[in-house]
Design a protein around this ligand. Sequence first.
Ligand code: NAG
Ligand code: NAG
Ligand code: NAG
Ligand code: NAG
Ligand code: NAG
Ligand code: NAG
Ligand code: NAG
Length: 491
Amino acid sequence: MCSISLVLFLLAFLAPLVSSANNPNIILFVIDDLGWNDTSYQGSDIQTPNIDKLAEEGIRLKQYYVQPLCSPSRSALLAGKYPYHLGLAHGVITNGHPYGLGLNETTIADHLKKGGYSTHAVGKWDLGMHKWEFTPTYRGFDTFYGYYDADEDYYTHKVGGYLDFRNNTDPVKDEDGTYSTFLFTKAIEDAINAKSDSPFFIYGAYQSVHGPLEAPDIYLNKCNIPYPNRKIFCGMMLALDEGISNITSLLQTKGLLDDTIIILTTDNGGQTALGSSNWPLRGNKATVFEGGVRGISFVWSTKLRKSNYDNNAMMHITDWYPTIIEGIAGMTLDTKGLDGFNMWDTINDDTPSPRTEILHQLDPPRYDNERNPFIGQAALRQGDWKLIIGQPNCSEKIGPHLVGNKCPNGWVHLNGTIEEPEVNPSLTWLFNVKDDPNERNELSASHPEIVSKLKERIEAYNATHIVQMSPPIDPRSDPKKFGNVWTPWLD
Ligand SMILES: *[C@@H]1O[C@H](CO)[C@@H](O)[C@H](O)[C@H]1NC(C)=O
Ligand SMILES: *[C@@H]1O[C@H](CO)[C@@H](O)[C@H](O)[C@H]1NC(C)=O
Ligand SMILES: *[C@@H]1O[C@H](CO)[C@@H](O)[C@H](O)[C@H]1NC(C)=O
Ligand SMILES: *[C@@H]1O[C@H](CO)[C@@H](O)[C@H](O)[C@H]1NC(C)=O
Ligand SMILES: *[C@@H]1O[C@H](CO)[C@@H](O)[C@H](O)[C@H]1NC(C)=O
Ligand SMILES: *[C@@H]1O[C@H](CO)[C@@H](O)[C@H](O)[C@H]1NC(C)=O
Ligand SMILES: *[C@@H]1O[C@H](CO)[C@@H](O)[C@H](O)[C@H]1NC(C)=O
């Protein structure tokens, strides 16, 4: 009697621990600025055998969409909402900007930590650093090893001459000269080696393959590519591919492969001015043409119900939030206010997507003279149709533009040649993305009823107009006041 109740008591006490211990480990790789045509499984001139192997054995998401820029996309990923609903649609949060992902938002890491996971963020943050409470170890991550800004030097880990590199909250001053792909791979390996009874969630947000164009010679020497930027970009990709291989080898050595789900996603389309390729898609990072928003992503696990196939269900980066929390970790989630859908069964069983539309962008017009020319723009996909309204107006000389100072609306060939489209001063583009994924045939004139229908839908999203934050850089953030290290300055 007594021993039975003791057993029952112990079982009740251990149940939550046991269930979380059975949950799979999750590694979520976020590759910065990875373009549509930068991996060999996509037909690229760059050889990425290790990434290919995971993609080929897994589920390749071929109708998967991200946001056009990094902070908006990363906020959508970690909070499960369109950036417009977070006030973050407008642009990139760089060091010195006094804003970030709202503190009232619960991140994926917050949920998983509560569900018994140990949580680790490695690499780029880019979701706010003006106060400590906006930085990763206050946003659900047990550990952080990386940098706060959108980009920095791969070797010095400096931005504008000042260090931006932290282990948790401590500045890392002794890694000057070490290429970040080595450091971030090692930090991910450390997190795997530190595994206890609880499963881990590793947010592996590599610096690669964002600019600046920097790669160690050992990789560059393997890149036989005639275009100078593309050659360096290739070196960056080979280092990344090796890092991912090292991580999967470690999982195998530790017997963790069968218990780990690997997800890889880009944050936005490739930056063609810095060696990436979205060919044959139209446009670039920072645009809402397919080259800016149609993203690379796949899932790998030995336990997928259907694997080694191209999945064509419409999916958006916000969908990872419920997919990971509910679908993979098996937790219950209050989905009120979320824009994401749980896609776990859809992609495992190859069934139709619950999602029928994607708000690619909703960014109100702006009046200041900031350098970003992509102002006042909305874009919506509904079924096979996609409407874009607003900037950039390429018949105006506003610039500098992001694609080698050219209007970013065209098609960029591998050799850097830009095929410019005809000028479209009405700033309304309608495409049937299913029939015409490369957006060669603009159909707004022949389908005005579809234009009106999609415009109405955009206006419905905009009915509760939400202010999109983009305060100017705060001069008080000057790192000189903080020992030459970029540091939260408003605490
Ligand atoms: C990538 O570009 C190559 C030509 O360089 C092309 O053969 C291939 O189809 C492209 N990949 C995709 C996914 O369109
Ligand atoms: C957080 O606050 C913002 C701004 O007030 C609001 O738009 C958003 O809906 C809030 N989020 C939650 C989860 O309450
Ligand atoms: C970060 O610091 C902790 C001690 O605070 C140390 O154990 C760990 O190895 C460091 N991580 C890296 C990647 O250097
Ligand atoms: C991968 O592991 C090998 C062997 O330890 C090491 O030499 C190499 O630098 C690692 N690559 C990366 C990108 O970390
Ligand atoms: C785009 O720019 C051209 C040239 O300045 C101008 O004529 C046209 O009205 C602009 N389009 C819109 C919708 O503002
Ligand atoms: C770049 O490639 C395109 C397509 O193959 C070709 O038409 C164009 O002539 C090339 N441009 C240069 C400068 O080589
Ligand atoms: C959204 O609402 C704001 C404020 O009313 C307005 O300035 C903006 O033009 C609207 N955007 C669209 C795309 O309707």
